[in-house]
Design a protein around this ligand. Structure first.
Ligand code: NAD
Ligand code: IPM
Ligand code: MN
Length: 355
C-alpha cells in the first residue's frame, strides 16, 4: 500500500480532542482507499512548556522535516503568553518550512446554518489565500527605553517582492482551477502608505499574467462588510498575513461555524512538509468537555490527503461531511446540535469506510 509519514501535533486544549477524530477518519479513509499512515505523535504543547521551558525541542524542525505532512491541532493555553507559545511552535513551523500559502476554504455546507438570511450553499463558496511567512508577522521591531517615558514599541510589516508575488501567483493559479476564475485582493492602500500600495502594484502586475481571471480590489474595512452582505461576490480572496487571518475567521463565521473551518499551510514547492490544521484555536472555554466540533480538523485532514496525492479519499471525506450535515446527522453545539466530539468523528469515519 502507499505509505504516508505524518507528524501529529495535537497541541493544546481542544487540539487534543479534535486530532484523534481527524486520525480516526484519515485511517478509515486509508483502509477504504488503500493507503497507510505512519503516524508519529509529538506532545509539544503548553503542558510540556511548563515542564521544560520549551514549546518544542531545539531540533524540533529537524525532527519534523522528513515527514510527508504535519497534522496539527491547536496551540495556546492560558498561563503561557500567546506570543511565547505560538512563536515557540506554530509560527516557527510555518516560517521554517516556508509554508507561505495559507489556504482556507469558506464554504456553506448544505444543512449548516449561516447567520445570514436566505443564503444558499452556492452563494458562499470561496477561499481565503493568506500570505503566511511575512507581512505584519515579520517580527522586526522591538521595545526601546523600557520603563522610561521615552518608551516606545514598533513593529514593521515587511513585504518582499518574492513573498508578495508568490502568494499572488498561488491565488491566481487556484482561481484558474475554479469555475468563476476570480481573485479579490484585500488591501489598505489608502491608510498604510508603504506596504499596501506596493501590494496593489504587485497584484496588478500578476493580474496581467492571467487575462482569463477576473479581479477586484477592496480595502480591508469594506471587504469585511462585503463578506457579510455579499459573500456571493467572492471566489479567491488574497490577503496579507494579518488581513488573511482576520478574513479567515470572518469567512467561516459567515458560513456557519469556525468549528468546521479547515486550513492548509502549504509549501508549494514541496521542499518542506506542509502542515494542516483547523482555523480555530484551543478553545479554553469548552476544552475538556468533549463537545468541540472536530469537522475543522477532519476537513483539514482531507486537505492533507489531497496534498499527498490521495485526491479520491480527500473528496470522499469532504463529500461525507456534506452528506452528514445535509441529512441531519450528529452535530456539535456550535452547529445547533448536542452531539459530542467523538460522536461526530465516529459517524464520519463509519460513513467514509462505506463510501
Ligand atoms: P478559539 O478559536 O480557540 O476560540 C474562539 C471561540 O470559538 C470560542 O468560543 C470557542 O469555544 C469557539 N470554538 C473554536 N473552535 C471550536 C470548535 N472546534 N468547536 C466549537 N467551538 C469552537 O480562539 P481564541 O479563544 O481567540 O484562542 C484561544 C487560544 O488558541 C489562544 O491561545 C490563541 O492564541 C490560540 N489560537 C491558536 C490557533 C492555532 O493553533 N492555529 C488559532 C487561533 C487561536
Ligand atoms: C491562525 C491563528 C494564528 C495566526 C495565531 C494563533 C498566531 O490565529 O492560525 O489563524 O494568527 O496565524
Ligand atoms: Mn486566526
Amino acid at each position: 500500500a502507499r505509505k504516508h509519514r505524518i507528524a501529529v501535533i495535537p497541541g493544546d486544549g481542544i487540539g487534543k480532542e479534535t486530532t484523534p477524530e481527524g486520525i480516526r477518519v484519515l485511517e478509515a479513509a486509508g483502509r477504504r482507499f488503500g493507503f497507510e499512515l505512519q503516524l508519529t505523535e509529538y506532545d509539544w504543547s503548553c503542558d510540556v512548556y511548563a515542564k521544560t521551558g520549551k514549546m518544542m525541542p531545539d531540533d524540533g524542525l529537524d525532527q519534523l522535516k522528513d515527514s510527508d505532512s504535519i497534522f496539527l491541532g491547536a496551540v495556546g493555553w492560558p498561563g503561557v503568553p500567546d506570543h511565547v507559545s505560538l512563536w515557540g511552535l506554530l509560527i516557527p513551523i510555518r516560517r521554517g518550512f516556508d509554508q507561505y500559502a495559507n489556504v482556507r476554504p469558506c464554504k456553506l455546507m448544505p444543512g449548516a446554518r449561516t447567520p445570514l438570511a436566505n443564503r444558499t450553499p452556492a452563494e458562499i463558496d470561496f477561499y481565503v489565500v493568506r500570505e503566511n511567512t511575512e507581512g505584519e508577522y515579520s517580527s522586526v521591531g522591538g521595545r526601546m527605553f523600557p520603563g522610561t517615558d521615552r518608551e516606545f514599541v514598533s513593529q514593521q510589516s515587511i513585504l518582499t517582492r518574492t513573498g508578495t508575488d508568490r502568494i499572488m501567483k498561488y491565488a491566481f493559479e487556484l482561481a484558474m482551477t475554479r469555475p468563476r476564475k476570480k481573485v479579490t485582493s484585500a488591501t489598505k492602500s489608502n491608510g498604510i502608505t508603504f506596504t499596501m500600495p506596493y501590494w496593489d502594484e504587485r497584484f496588478e502586475e500578476m493580474a496581467k499574467q492571467y487575462p482569463g481571471v477576473t479581479t477586484d480590489v477592496f480595502h480591508i474595512d469594506i471587504l469585511c462588510a462585503h463578506f457579510v452582505q455579499h459573500p456571493d461576490w467572492f471566489d479567491v480572496v488574497v490577503g496579507s498575513n494579518l488581513f488573511g487571518d482576520i478574513l479567515s475567521d470572518l469567512g467561516p463565521a459567515v458560513a456557519g461555524s469556525i468549528g468546521i473551518a479547515p486550513s492548509a499551510n502549504i509549501n508549494p514547492e514541496k521542499i518542506f512538509p506542509s502542515m494542516f490544521e483547523p482555523v480555530h484555536g484551543s478553545a479554553p472555554d469548552i476544552a475538556g468537555k468533549w463537545v468541540c466540533n472536530p469537522i475543522g480538523q477532519i476537513w483539514s485532514g482531507a486537505m492533507m490527503l489531497e496534498h499527498l496525492g490521495e485526491k479520491e479519499a480527500a473528496d470522499a471525506i469532504v463529500k461525507t461531511i456534506e452528506v452528514m450535515l445535509a441529512e441531519g446527522g450528529p452535530r456539535t453545539r456550535d452547529m445547533g446540535g448536542n452531539a459530542g466530539t467523538v460522536d461526530v468523528g465516529k459517524a464520519l469515519a463509519e460513513a467514509v469506510a462505506k463510501f
